[in-house]
Ligand binder design. Structure first.
Ligand code: NAP
Length: 289
């Protein structure tokens, strides 16, 4: 049996990070300061805390300065807004990221709108989303940008191919669909109200699973020889009480059908963090250009 080739996001992420480190070293010596990233986190969500640690560790690895702020759960909207305004003005800070989700008393959308579009390294400000819709250069959402980078690395043809994105969030699904469209794929989006999901996903030459549903995509939902990208990161606990991370794709069985497949972990996850670093450097170099 032919198993799918795995798309190694971890290895590609390491290669890009090593190039970024060289670039950051060079920028530090010519401009007198490294690029800076401020990751804002509110509350004590353990998954968010782990993501934030991961991002700060990656920054340290490539030499990006971290200006992170960790707020208590009961912080007010005004206080977070004030911090964002200060960071918008701070010449040492090139990127600002609000770790989502935030506690329900805060208005996340309004906070995201406060981040200056030139420092919006998560690509979630309406101006950057609008630039993506128009196909103009701008800061792009990290996870879909990471997927595109991975597809490019393995020379996967997108032009004229049928692409299906399962999930329509503003963070992943929608920008993903727009990026595939920009690359000339024929794009279909599916979501929780879609009917006959299996029929839709089986039409895909390129299938992107971003639903946040553990192992939603089974082998019979995949067209033979398709490229399958698993964005999902779901922590599940088995009957013995052990917790582990699984994607939105049934890895073992889909591996027997697909031509290319991303593992979880080690696929899209490391690419997301790397695109965040890349966006921070991009934001720095645009200001210093
Ligand atoms: P989200 O905001 O919860 O959106 C999930 C989307 O999937 C929604 O559009 C939802 O449809 C759709 N959906 C849910 N159940 C479905 C089903 N049974 N069939 C078809 N569509 C379904 O999640 P997200 O932020 O986009 O994240 C998606 C997954 O990616 C999560 O597992 C998350 O942890 C992971 N993620 C990974 C990375 C990474 O770096 N690897 C980064 C970000 C997110 P409706 O719109 O109709 O509700």
């Amino acid at each position: 049996m032919d198993y799918a080739q795995l798309l190694d996001g971890k290895a590609l992420a390491q290669r890009i990070q090593s190039q970024l480190k060289d670039r950051v070293d060079q920028l530090r010596s010519t401009q007198g300061r490294p690029p800076g990233l401020a990751v804002l986190m509110v509350g004590d969500n353990p998954a968010s805390a782990a993501y934030v640690r991961n991002k700060e560790r990656a920054c340290a690895k490539v030499g990006i300065a971290s200006f992170g702020r960790h707020f208590p759960t009961n912080i007010s909207q005004t206080e977070v807004e004030q911090t964002i305004r200060t960071l918008n003005q701070d010449p040492l800070v090139d990127g600002i990221l609000l770790q989502l989700p935030v506690p329900p008393h805060l208005d996340a959308v309004s906070l995201l709108h406060q981040i200056h579009p030139d420092k919006d390294v998560d690509g979630l400000h309406p101006l950057n989303l609008g630039r993506l819709v128009r196909g103009e250069p701008g800061l792009r959402s990290c996870t879909p940008a990471g997927v595109m980078s991975l597809l490019r690395e393995y020379s996967i043809e997108l032009k004229g191919k049928q692409a299906v994105v399962v999930g329509r969030s503003i963070l992943v699904g929608k920008p993903m669909a727009l990026m595939l469209l920009e690359a000339d794929a024929t794009v279909t989006m599916a979501h929780s109200r879609s009917q006959n999901l299996t029929e839709v996903t089986r039409s895909a030459d390129i299938l992107i699973a971003a639903a946040g549903r553990p192992e939603l995509i089974a082998a019979d939902m995949v067209k033979p020889k398709a490229v399958v990208i698993d964005v999902g990161m779901n922590r599940i606990t088995d009957y013995e009480g052990n917790s582990r991370l699984v994607g939105d794709v049934k890895f073992d069985s889909v591996r027997e059908v697909a031509k290319f497949l991303t593992p979880v972990p080690g696929g899209v996850g490391p690419m997301t963090v790397t695109m965040l670093l890349q966006n921070t450097v991009l934001s720095y170099t645009r200001v210093h250009a």
